[in-house]
Design a protein. Structure first.
Length: 181
């Protein structure tokens, strides 16, 4: 009589068969409305609780991942660039910081422009009459319009320079991070 030795790694353990058997019996009993043994019922309750916990965790992770994708769309980066969650958080923090700085700078610039406008519109009546009688130079209103247009153009140019410098800085910072890693 011959018999073969099968490696233990390939043969499922007897405990595995018993556990599977209990799960099948528990499933069949619940379908047939047959009362379960306390042990089978406990195992089934554990399995259900585990499935619920796994489902909740899966939903939580999907929500977190959706939040990261939302953040990724808001931060400036090159398209197709793979970013880890840590990189997304870091770049988001940097972007918020730069936006706060830009907001502060724009508020200061706005305040300066308001002062400038008040100075121009708040000139004395004698000076206005003298400017109205001015010959050959052009109207002060035209000069103010030209000055305001020059300031607008300068603001647009400065904003474009800022955007270019920001994108170059972000690219260089990412290169430094990749070299450090």
């Amino acid at each position: 009589m011959e018999y073969f030795m099968v490696p233990t790694q390939k043969v499922p353990s007897l405990q595995h068969f018993r556990k599977t058997e209990k799960e099948v019996i528990g499933g069949l009993c619940s379908l047939a409305n047959i009362p379960l043994t306390p042990e089978t019922q406990r195992d089934q309750e554990r399995r259900i609780r585990r499935e619920i916990a796994n489902s909740n965790e899966r939903r939580r992770m999907q929500s977190i991942n959706a939040g990261f994708q939302s953040l990724k769309t808001l931060i400036p980066h090159t398209d197709g660039e793979k970013l880890s969650k840590a990189a997304i958080l870091q770049q988001t923090a940097e972007y918020i910081f730069s936006l706060e700085q830009e907001k502060t700078r724009l508020l200061q610039q706005n305040t300066q422009l308001k002062r400038f406008i008040q100075e121009l519109s708040g000139s004395s009546p004698k000076r206005r009459r003298a400017e109205d009688k001015d010959e050959g130079i052009g109207s002060p209103d035209i000069w103010e319009d030209e000055k305001a247009e020059d300031l607008r153009r300068e603001m647009i140019e400065l904003r474009q320079q800022l955007d270019k410098e920001r994108s170059v800085r972000m690219m260089l910072e990412e290169q430094v991070r990749s070299l450090e890693a």
